[in-house]
Structures are given as C-alpha cells and as structure tokens.
Write a protein that binds this ligand. Structure first.
Ligand SMILES: [Zn+2]
Length: 81
C-alpha cells in the first residue's frame, strides 16, 4: 500500500479523489500528502471548488469563504472516517 504520494500522483488522482472514484489507499495517500503539502492542498481545494461551482452554478453562487468552509468540512470528515 502506498501512503506517500508525490505531487504528480496527487495531480493524477485528484479528479478521482474528488469524485470518490478511488480506492481507500488512494484516498488515504492523497489526504496524507495534502496534510504536508500546502500546494496540493490548495490544488485539491480549488479543483473541488470548481466542481462545486459547476454543479451549483445555475442555482446559487458561493463566496470563496463559503467554498473554503465546505472544502474544509469535506476534508476533515474524510480524515476522520
Ligand atoms: Zn504536493
């Protein structure tokens, strides 16, 4: 099992990770990496926000702060599950 992902791994796996379309070990690896790498944390957050915005776009607009809060909630929930 691979726990230490490189930044390239994170970029490769990010969309599957966000969709939940990845294995538990991939999920754990991505989360472990984002705990230590602020660049990838930001990358995942921004990608996630983009997806949220796209899904919600016709109905509602979120502020950056609201999207940050949502991303934080999702990330912290994943870490503890
Ligand atoms: Zn990284």
């Amino acid at each position: 099992m691979k726990f230490m992902f490189s930044c390239k791994d994170i970029h490769d796996q990010a969309s599957q990770f966000i969709d939940g379309d990845c294995s538990m070990s991939t999920k754990a690896g991505v989360l472990m990496h984002t705990l230590m790498c602020s660049n990838c944390r930001l990358f995942i957050k921004q990608l996630r926000q983009t997806i949220v915005v796209i899904k919600k776009m016709p109905v509602q607009e979120y502020s950056n702060q609201e999207l940050d809060d949502i991303a934080d909630k999702i990330l912290s929930k994943d870490q503890h599950s």
